[in-house]
Ligand binder design. Structure first.
Ligand SMILES: NC(=O)c1ccc[n+]([C@@H]2O[C@H](COP(=O)([O-])OP(=O)(O)OC[C@H]3O[C@@H](n4cnc5c(N)ncnc54)[C@H](O)[C@@H]3O)[C@@H](O)[C@H]2O)c1
Length: 667
């Protein structure tokens, strides 16, 4: 079986056509995309797709691809989806010349695992559009290249398309990925529709297109930190927080972590979700405790849970707007509110209008996109009005970086202050920015390439030891962050968070990331860990992402609309020893709204790994702290000065603060 798997990988695109595959209705599929191409452009899309195949197959495939374009709005090349199970396998099971390349195959396959990916057959990992590849030919060809490459080659990947292997050297990245890098003027949402339909670009989201998605765990941790600190904002006392009501929306790829985070934070949470399949998934994983379709029955349960101060997660299967309006009508006090619909992708399945079923919406968005857009905007207006009213009654509401405030304002909602800022803060402005990113704390992660849970347990133990040691001498400013993460890693195994690869996430700063990585590398060398460990992080981090309405929304010097930090990060990681690097347009808040990047790094217990990890991880965090410090963020100024004391070779330009009185009468 494994030999057959290896042979199929090495075969790449098969010489003979595999048989066609029936459309599998038992799994989640991407919605039908907009019919945006004109006749000539459609021909170009077919011509582009046929580039991957021998001429003798063109007559058959041209018709098939034309049908896919018509039916689904994209050419996925479904027929070429391999028959073997796609999931993270132990590293030695991949055919390879380079261990680093084998690790990349493991990560890539994890992103397409049915248990992990949102629309696996459309090669979409999360967020509605977050593509690993545009089509199955790209997948097959990439796996073949990875199986052949040596440590003296680099694979260049253009939006899912493997351009080829180019000679490089052992310290170069094995793969360089760019996704959706457009000429800036061609970065409107419809440009994505058009150029993606043509097969020349893709929306890589963040960790999807960089093979670094590790399933919902990645987001559970960040969401827990956010929800827990949101709860600390309404009350400092843990006892008092019990029974407080948290209302939000979305049980999808990332949003599905909300009920789990709410529960860990001790709250009564209610999450609305319109897609019955998404509700079922989270309920079957026990991340949602109980599901309600009937609002009065739900209210009864909320009342009981609040009275008994239960930590519980309830789902409302229906539209979020119906939930908010019902809670208002019933005069229910909501303590904390947010929203995690995919409003970075409002017109293609990210947000569902009220008054229509899930299926009706999916038909409407493809058949009458203009009417669909109007319905979304009407709903958004009601949504924002309800949130406004609830906030007026004392609810703490934060934008969850999903472009809710942005799209609601574009729909005409009354949520903009006279100075152009939003009435509500984003979770980065209020919580993650000042508490985590500015100090360098961000979503560091690792994957055990043995796929052995015992290795994961060992890494947890090593990481815990590092954090506990650091805590002993840590300044007060970062003690809370360390404490939260010590608790997290202690409970991680029993919280059963693994879906897919044996992965762990932890919010760590530069010092912790380097020390944890050093400990892993040493343990691989000594044999305490049985195989290499792959390091990475979410792009949603200190330095990786320039996104004015999210990761860099707490940058106030005007530079939040620039993308130098993310680009510098990508390049700097590349020459400091990352095993692969990626740079994306889009992701999180949407196409054209963000530039983000990430990396993967394979530790194999060698001195080379030790050298690379020190150099790259240090830069990967401190680049962002330096930029945040230059933007006059006090926490970042503190962190970078502290780092300069620890590391004499680091010399960062520190801003001089200006006395505001001086500026009063200038203009
Ligand atoms: N979790 C995080 O830490 C985090 C951080 C930053 C941003 N985000 C943002 O959160 C958003 C959600 O991400 P995701 O991966 O979960 O996306 P997703 O598309 O997988 O999930 C969103 C869910 O919302 C549901 N939905 C949409 N409109 C609805 C409505 N009106 N009523 C009820 N349900 C509705 C959809 O059916 C879907 O299941 C994205 O925009 C993402 O960028 C998340």
């Amino acid at each position: 079986m494994n030999t057959e798997f290896k042979l199929q990988i090495m075969d790449g695109i098969p010489a003979e056509l595999p048989s066609t595959k029936p459309f599998d209705i038992t799994i989640n599929h991407a919605p039908k995309r907009k019919d945006i191409l004109n006749k000539e452009e459609k021909k170009l899309a077919i011509r582009n797709a046929l580039r991957y195949f021998d001429k003798k197959h063109h007559a058959v495939l041209s018709k098939e691809f034309a049908m896919e374009l018509k039916e689904y709005g994209r050419i996925y090349m479904y027929r070429f989806r391999p028959d073997y199970k796609i999931h993270a396998r132990p590293i030695h099971e991949y055919p390879h010349q380079s261990k680093q390349a084998a690790a990349i195959m493991l990560m890539l396959q994890n992103n397409l695992d049915y248990a992990v990916a949102q629309h696996p057959h459309e090669l979409i990992t999360y967020g509605g559009n977050g593509s690993v590849f545009q089509n199955w030919a790209q997948y097959l060809l990439t796996m073949k290249y990875l199986s052949e490459m040596t440590d003296e080659q680099t694979l260049a990947m253009y939006s899912g398309h493997p351009m080829g292997l180019f000679p490089s050297h052992k310290d170069a990245p094995r793969v360089v990925i760019t996704n959706g890098m457009m000429i800036p003027n061609y970065s409107k949402p419809d440009d994505w529709e058009k150029f993606n339909a043509l097969g020349v670009t893709q929306f890589g989201q963040m960790t999807a297109g960089s093979f670094m998605y590790i399933g919902p765990q990645g987001i559970v941790h960040g969401t827990t930190i956010t929800v827990m600190n949101a709860a600390r904002k309404i009350s400092k006392s843990e006892e008092d927080r019990k029974g407080k009501l948290f209302v939000t929306c979305g049980l999808g790829g990332m949003s599905g972590a909300q009920p789990k985070a709410g529960k860990i934070s001790g709250l009564v949470s209610v999450v609305a979700e319109i897609n019955p399949k998404a509700v079922k998934t989270r309920h079957s994983q026990a991340w949602v405790d109980e599901v309600f379709e009937d609002l009065p029955a739900l209210l009864k349960r909320i009342n009981k849970a609040q009275a008994e101060k239960e930590a519980i997660s309830l789902a409302y299967q229906g539209n979020i707007v119906d939930l908010w309006e019902f809670l208002l009508k019933e005069n229910v006090k909501v303590d904390i509110g947010t929203d995690q619909t995919s409003l970075h992708n409002p017109w293609a399945g990210g947000y569902y209008p009220a008054g229509l079923t899930f299926d009706e919406s999916n038909v409407l968005m493809a058949t009458d996109p203009d009417r669909f857009k109007k319905e979304v905007q009407k709903t958004l207006l009601r949504h924002a009005n309800a949130v406004n009213t609830m906030a007026g009654k004392g609810m703490y509401f934060f934008d969850y970086g999903n472009a809710f405030l942005l799209e609601a304002s574009r729909a005409g909602a009354d949520i903009v202050n006279a100075d152009g800022t939003f009435k509500f803060k984003s979770y980065v402005q209020d919580i993650l920015g000042p508490m985590c990113f500015d100090y360098g704390f961000g979503p560091f992660r690792w994957v055990c390439s043995s796929c052995d849970p015992n290795d994961l347990a060992t890494t947890d133990k090593l990481a815990l030891h590092v954090l506990e040691e650091m805590y002993k001498t840590a300044p007060d400013e970062i003690k809370q962050q360390l404490t939260d993460n010590i608790l997290w890693i202690k409970d991680a195994m029993q919280n059963n968070l693994v879906v897919g690869s044996q992965a762990r996430i932890l919010y760590a700063d530069s010092e912790a990331r380097v020390k944890i990585a050093e400990a892993f590398n040493q343990a691989i060398k000594s044999g305490e860990l049985s195989a290499p460990v792959i390091l990475g992080r979410d792009h949603h981090d200190v330095s990786g992402t320039d996104s004015p309405y999210r990761e860099t929304s707490n940058i106030y010097d005007g530079s939040s609309f620039t993308a130098d930090m993310a680009v510098q990060n990508f390049v700097g990681d590349g020459f400091r020893g990352a095993t692969w690097i990626s740079l994306h347009n889009g992701g999180g808040v949407g196409w054209g709204e963000v530039i983000n990047g990430g990396f993967g790094m394979v530790l194999d217990g060698t001195a080379d790994s030790d050298r690379r990890l020190k150099s790259m991880l240090f830069w990967d965090v401190n680049n962002g702290i330096a930029r945040r410090s230059w933007a006059r963020n006090e926490e970042a100024m503190f962190a970078i000065k502290r780092e300069m004391q620890r590391t004499p070779e680091l010399k960062v330009t520190i801003p001089n603060m200006v006395d505001d009185d001086l500026l009063q009468d200038l203009f």
